[in-house]
Structures are given as C-alpha cells and as structure tokens.
Design a binder for this molecule. Structure first.
Ligand code: LLP
Length: 409
C-alpha cells in the first residue's frame, strides 16, 4: 500500500486531521537519551537521571515507552502528575517543576511525596509555611541570556519570569532557614531547542550557573543538580545535536564541580522535545486553494488550534503535499481558523495541490497535541501510534458532546 493510500485510510478511519507517531522513531530517540545518560554516568561516575518533560507530549502511549527505557519524568500540573503516576512512574521518578502555583496545588504535590522544584522566594515562603522541615529544590536564574529558538522560550537572563537571581539568594537562604527547609537540589533551565551551533552558549550557561553555586557555602551540601532540558531538534535540516560532543563538553565543566561538592549524588536533565518530536506527523487535508494578489494560498484543515507553533513562535515545520503532480507552486499554507495569523508555513514550495490532497506536517510530536486547543469550537484530533506497521488508536478524536458537557445553558 502506498503512503498516500495508507494516510487516506487512516484519515477516513480516525478523522482529519490526525496526529500519527512512529514508534521506531520514538524508540530511537529514547535510546539516544539513554545512551547520553549512560555515557555521562561513566565519564563522571555519578548517577544521572533523565526526566522526560511531560508537557512536550503527555500521551500515555508515549510515556509508557519513555518508562520502558528507564527514563524518569518531570511534570508541572496536577493533571500531568496524575498521568505520570497512572503510567507507572514512582514518586522518586517524578519531579514537579512548577511556577506560580497556589496552596491547593502544593498540597496535591506534597500528598504524593514527589519532590518539588520552586522557582521564587514567594513560592518557597508559601511551601515553607505549609510544610516546614521538608526537602525542596530551588530554580535559579544564572543571569546569563539563555538559549532558545524564540524569545518566548528563553528562560534565563534579565527578562525571564523564571528562577531566583543571585541578588535574591540572601533572602532565599533566610526563607529556607525560617522554615527549616532542606534545600537538596538546584535547578536551572536555560531555554528550549539548542543545536550544535549553540552548544557553546549552553555550556557557557551551565558554567555560569556552576560558578554561581560554588560561590555560596549554603549550596555546598546540595545532592541534586538539575540542568533542565532544551536539547534541540533539527526542524529545517540543520546539523543534528551531537550528543557525544555535548557529553564531552558537559563532563569537562562538571568534573571539578562534582569533586568540590561531595554531597552531590545525582545529575538530572529534563529533555522534552527531543524524545517525541521527530516521531510525530500531523496529517490533514487540503480543503481549498486560491490565488489572490499573486499569492497562492493553500487552505487546510490543520488550524492553529491543532498545531500552534508556527503562529505562536513563527516556527518552521517541513510540509509536504502528497499527489502525483509534476508542477510545483510557492504558496502560503494556512488553516481553517478565522485569524490572519493562522498560517502553517509561508512561501513554501510544494506540489500543486488539489482539494482533497493529503498534507503532512513533520516534527509535530512535541508541543503539537499538548498545545492544541478548541479555539473557535474546533475538535482536537485523534492520535495514532504506528508500531511494526500496525496502527493503534492512542487517543480518540473529540466529539461535540465531549465539549458541550461542561457548558451551563
Ligand atoms: N524543563 C523545564 C523547566 C522547562 O521549562 C522545559 C520547557 C523543559 C524542561 C523541556 O524543554 P525541551 O527539552 O522540550 O526544550 N512550547 C515551546 C517549548 C516551550 C518549552 C518550555 N519549557 C515550543 O513549542 O517550542
């Protein structure tokens, strides 16, 4: 069966658009992360745990594969926490990395026994008042500009909402002491999606954080150092992230830190995107075409509610139209939402489409479904996993009945 027929069959069965994940690709990415962990453990002689960031894609079918590889998870909401637990992750395998949460949410986390990472003095104050004498991690902002594919995903530096900067360390230590909290770990996350060309910036950010931590004796006894996520995916055919180089560069900067911080027993990382991104394709249909003011427009059923990254961050996703046409067009490809910004890709060279053709959007496995919404009353699509050429429905397409049930008429 050709790819086109297969996609047509799947769309007919599960509705269009449809998120499809390929298990072999997911396995490959999990294995790379596992190899990275094992190699770093060997070269640094310390335990390394990789906490997959649930927010990248929280489908249980994906989380269960992550678990099979012995990876851990991080989560940032009660629902993600429940999903992680239901997928079999134990409390020690889950880390709650949050910001600006209320007392109710803190109580939920406390009751599960999962370790929490708090990202402001105000949050430490609230936690300490509720649960004095407990273990916490704190998220610092190393002050140096982070790395990321868009300003919106840079999470360190002068203009980010995240973390505690050096200027406030004194007050942080006072708050920790006031409630007799035990600061067992430090966290920093520089940003999201760095590739080989930004490894220097990433390492520089790590070094900066380590130097900062080293200057304060109050951090001398930390047991956990969490360096966050950010491992990039090559959306536009850029050179792929070389984990061997990353591992060597990290080992070099971490060696001395580990020697001087004798209580340190664990390194953590939080890769999100890297694990499911390449495995996912968003498949939809061409629903209209037009030529206006010398711009060729391709209308599709993939609106910004199904994949918001291009409209939100101007992100690039490779797009392909499946047909036998020999003719190509340069087109703006857009969705079915009533917003001018509902664009999937601008000035893309694709095959001249006909209404009804299949359209594929690549690298949609991370921050695709997890950021999908019901904006303008659109239903979120189904998700399907392909393993050994067999498909399995892993989330049903929403129905209007699902969405009207909470409306009070
Ligand atoms: N840890 C923390 C504390 C984070 O804030 C994030 C991502 C991660 C780990 C995972 O980062 P990753 O390895 O996936 O880069 N929606 C955006 C990405 C936002 C990421 C936010 N935080 C996108 O679609 O590109």
């Amino acid at each position: 069966m050709s790819d086109t027929t297969n996609y047509e069959r799947l769309l007919k069965k599960y509705g269009s658009p449809l998120y499809i994940y390929k298990e072999d690709v997911l396995n490959k990415c999990c294995q790379q992360i596992l190899d990275f962990k094992n190699n770093l453990e060997k070269s640094l002689n310390i335990q390394v745990n990789m906490h997959y960031s649930t927010k990248a894609n929280s489908n249980p079918a994906i989380l269960k594969i992550v678990k099979e590889y012995g990876l851990c998870v991080d989560c940032m909401s009660p629902l993600e926490l429940v999903i992680d637990q239901k997928c079999g992750f134990t409390k020690n395998q889950i880390l709650y990395v949050c910001n600006n949460i209320d007392e109710e949410e803190m109580k939920i986390v406390y009751n599960t026994g999962v370790l929490i990472c708090l990202d402001s003095i105000s949050q430490i104050e609230t936690w300490g008042r509720l649960f004095p004498g407990t273990n916490i991690m704190a998220r610092i902002n190393p002050g140096i500009e982070g790395v990321g594919h868009s300003e919106d995903v840079i999470t360190s530096g002068k203009e980010t909402k995240f973390g505690i900067t050096e200027a406030n360390f004194g007050t942080m230590f006072d708050t920790i002491n006031k409630y007799n909290l035990n600061l067992i770990g430090i966290h920093q996350h520089l940003g999201s999606c760095f590739l080989n060309d930004k490894i220097d910036d990433y390492i520089n950010g790590v070094e900066h954080g380590l130097n900062l931590i080293t200057q304060y004796s109050q951090f001398d006894n930390i047991q956990i150092l969490d360096l966050g996520g950010g491992f990039g995916v090559s959306y536009q055919g850029e050179e792929k992230l070389d984990f061997e180089i990353l591992e060597q560069r990290l080992s070099k900067v971490l060696k001395r830190f580990i020697q001087t911080h004798i209580a340190l027993s664990e390194l953590k990382f939080e890769p999100g995107r890297y694990i499911p991104c390449e495995s996912g394709i968003l498949v939809g249909k061409v629903t209209a075409t037009k030529n206006e003011n010398n711009i060729f427009w391709i209308g599709t059923d993939i609106g910004m509610n199904q994949l918001v990254r291009p409209s939100m961050y101007d992100s690039y996703h490779k797009i392909e139209i499946l047909n036998n046409s020999k003719q190509e067009v340069v087109a703006n490809i857009c969705g079915n939402i009533c917003e001018g910004g509902d664009i999937l890709g601008k000035n893309r060279k694709v095959k001249l489409p006909l209404v009804g053709d299949i359209i594929l959007v690549y690298n949609a496995g991370a921050y695709g479904y997890s950021m999908a919404s019901n904006y303008t009353g659109r239903l979120r699509p189904a998700e399907v996993m392909i393993s050994n050429n067999q498909e399995k429905l892993i989330r049903k397409r929403e129905k209007i009945e699902d969405l009207v049930k909470n409306i009070i008429w």
